[in-house]
Design a protein around this ligand. Structure first.
Ligand SMILES: *[C@@H]1O[C@H](CO)[C@@H](O)[C@H](O)[C@H]1NC(C)=O
Ligand SMILES: *[C@@H]1O[C@H](CO)[C@@H](O)[C@H](O)[C@H]1NC(C)=O
Length: 187
């Protein structure tokens, strides 16, 4: 039998690993595209980290999110769930506002899963810390660029949009409260 050197073995691994990863993420494909339209005058409210759709630009839409595993990778973003906050409207799960001092999150459409995770807790890990947070809302990756979505683009399909209590619990310094790579799982 031919002896395979460790070097050759590792080379094979390095080549195979990215492909198997790709295969996993290809499970969720875009469901369509939306073309940005010019918002009516005064209707484009750009606040903090939100931007309006650019006229003519195509935005992919997703009805699915990457498959959920024990540690699903996601991007953590910051949102206010309070009355008068970025969200603007009450949370979809319970039609209520939530204090930003309570760890609550909104999930991208696929993970929100038609409300099946509503009021369930998830565990969020990052930064060597982990915390629980309750799912209260959806971040729509399936549509956008219209009045209902403040003329803002569809969300990415891998977002966990969190109250500041979540960022605090993860020990992230306030200056870095913007976007963070995290892993989450059902609690
Ligand atoms: C923008 O962010 C600041 C700081 O987090 C917050 O106090 C303010 O309410 C936000 N603006 C809106 C309209 O949500
Ligand atoms: C989620 O966590 C909160 C706070 O720890 C708790 O009050 C609530 O009962 C939990 N919800 C579920 C469905 O386990």
């Amino acid at each position: 039998m031919k002896k395979i050197s460790l070097g050759a073995f590792l080379t094979v691994l390095v080549f195979l690993a990215p492909h198997s990863l790709d295969a996993r993420f290809q499970v969720c494909k875009p469901s369509g595209k939306i073309k940005g339209k010019k918002p009516p005058p005064g209707k484009c409210v750009e606040d903090n980290d939100s931007f309006c759709c650019i006229p003519g630009k195509l935005y992919p839409t997703y009805k699915c999110s990457p498959p959920v595993s024990g540690t699903t990778k996601a991007i953590l973003t910051l949102n206010s769930f309070e009355k008068g906050g970025d969200g603007g409207v009450p949370s979809k799960c319970d039609m209520k506002y939530h204090s930003d001092d309570i760890p609550v999150v909104a999930l991208s459409t696929g993970w929100y899963n038609g409300g099946r995770r509503c009021l369930q807790n998830i565990t969020i890990s990052a930064n060597g810390q982990s915390t629980h947070a309750m799912v209260v809302d959806e971040r729509d990756s399936s549509t956008g660029c219209d009045e209902e979505h403040n003329y803002q683009p569809p969300f990415q399909n891998n977002i966990v949009d969190a109250s500041k209590a979540v960022w605090k619990a993860l020990g992230v310094p306030m200056n870095d409260w913007a976007e963070l790579d995290i892993a989450w799982s059902d609690a």
